[in-house]
Design a protein around this ligand. Structure first.
Ligand SMILES: Cc1cc2nc3c(=O)[nH]c(=O)nc-3n(C[C@H](O)[C@H](O)[C@H](O)COP(=O)(O)OP(=O)(O)OC[C@H]3O[C@@H](n4cnc5c(N)ncnc54)[C@H](O)[C@@H]3O)c2cc1C
Length: 269
């Protein structure tokens, strides 16, 4: 069975600076006619920008099948392949995206939902919060640099309990400490989190060993890796995801395999 996702050419129809660190790209054009959303609210695509061959992964913030328009919200870092491209006026340029994959799996009987993440996780947290039943209690912790602007533009839907956290000045995330300090709701629920990979590994250990959550009760994903350099080649989560699912692995096992693949690539450099 092929593990390669289909590719779609897409034109940048609009580029909007939502906040100082977040750029919204609306993609469209005839190449997206065959695009099919999974409907899973944290679904992501691989994005290849002009004159590059390496993918970076972005959450489908929204997909309008009537207009064949796809929205990605892209964080602008200090350096980076997509960062440098998106920082300039890229409207009218053509990119390539892969078929989407998603990982969020809310159990039918979940009584609550906790979402934790940094700015790269915010598009997924927003779409999840918009998608799950309005009556489900949802709490969100967002460690972001532009909290005031994000609040002002209503980035997260009304009616959800949101804690905005400023990233520490030194740059390292404090999300592991945030998770350790959570006052967990009663009953069975679902925990979803994404951010820097090393932090996510520590959090998985905490959920497994301290909170003793079954793997179906949480989904913790390493979205990016700390380090001073531009990432040489991101590891594609798509094939790892499909192979893991085919082998009957849990979300958690699959994301741990993804982290190992990234470590291996780092070691091979
Ligand atoms: C499933 C999935 C979904 C994702 N969804 C989104 C999304 O919707 N929006 C989004 O912006 N990102 C998202 N990401 C994260 C994104 O793929 C990475 O941040 C990516 O490395 C950015 O690419 P780049 O070319 O700009 O920087 P790279 O060339 O990959 O990295 C350059 C430098 O920037 C640093 N860097 C990379 N990411 C960050 C960061 N978040 N904070 C601080 N420094 C960083 C790296 O350590 C490196 O030093 C997602 C990742 C995954 C796996």
């Amino acid at each position: 069975m092929s593990t390669r996702a289909r590719q779609h050419a897409a034109d940048v129809v609009r580029r909007e600076q939502l906040t100082p660190h977040l750029v919204r790209l609306t993609l469209g054009g005839a190449g997206l006619a065959g695009f099919a959303s999974t409907g899973i609210p944290d679904e992501w695509v691989g994005l290849v920008v002009p004159e590059q061959f390496q993918s970076r992964y972005y959450t489908v913030r929204s997909w309008d099948p009537g207009a064949d328009e796809l929205v990605l919200d892209v964080v602008v870092h200090e350096v980076g392949l997509v960062t440098e491209w998106v920082a300039r006026d890229c409207a009218g340029e053509t990119v390539t995206i892969s078929d989407p994959r998603g990982s969020f799996a809310l159990p039918d009987d979940a009584a609550w939902l906790l979402l934790v993440g940094d700015l790269t996780a915010l598009p997924a947290m927003a779409r999840i919060a918009e998608t799950v039943p309005a009556g489900l209690p949802v709490r969100i912790w967002a460690e972001v640099p532009d909290a005031e602007e994000l609040r002002a533009c209503g980035y997260l839907p009304e009616g959800r309990e949101v804690t905005w956290l400023a990233p520490p000045a030194a740059g390292a995330s404090d999300l592991a400490a945030v998770v350790e300090g959570i006052d967990w709701p009663e009953g069975e629920g679902y925990f979803w989190m994404a951010g820097e990979s090393a932090q996510m590994r520590a959090i998985r250990k905490h959920l497994m060993r301290v909170r003793q959550l079954p793997s179906a009760a949480y989904d913790v994903m390493g979205y990016w890796r700390g380090g001073a350099r531009r990432q040489p080649r991101a590891v594609d989560p798509g094939p790892i995801w499909r192979e893991g699912r085919a082998a009957g692995h849990s979300d958690d096992q699959i994301w741990a395999t993804y982290d190992e693949a990234q470590d291996q690539q780092e070691a091979d450099r």
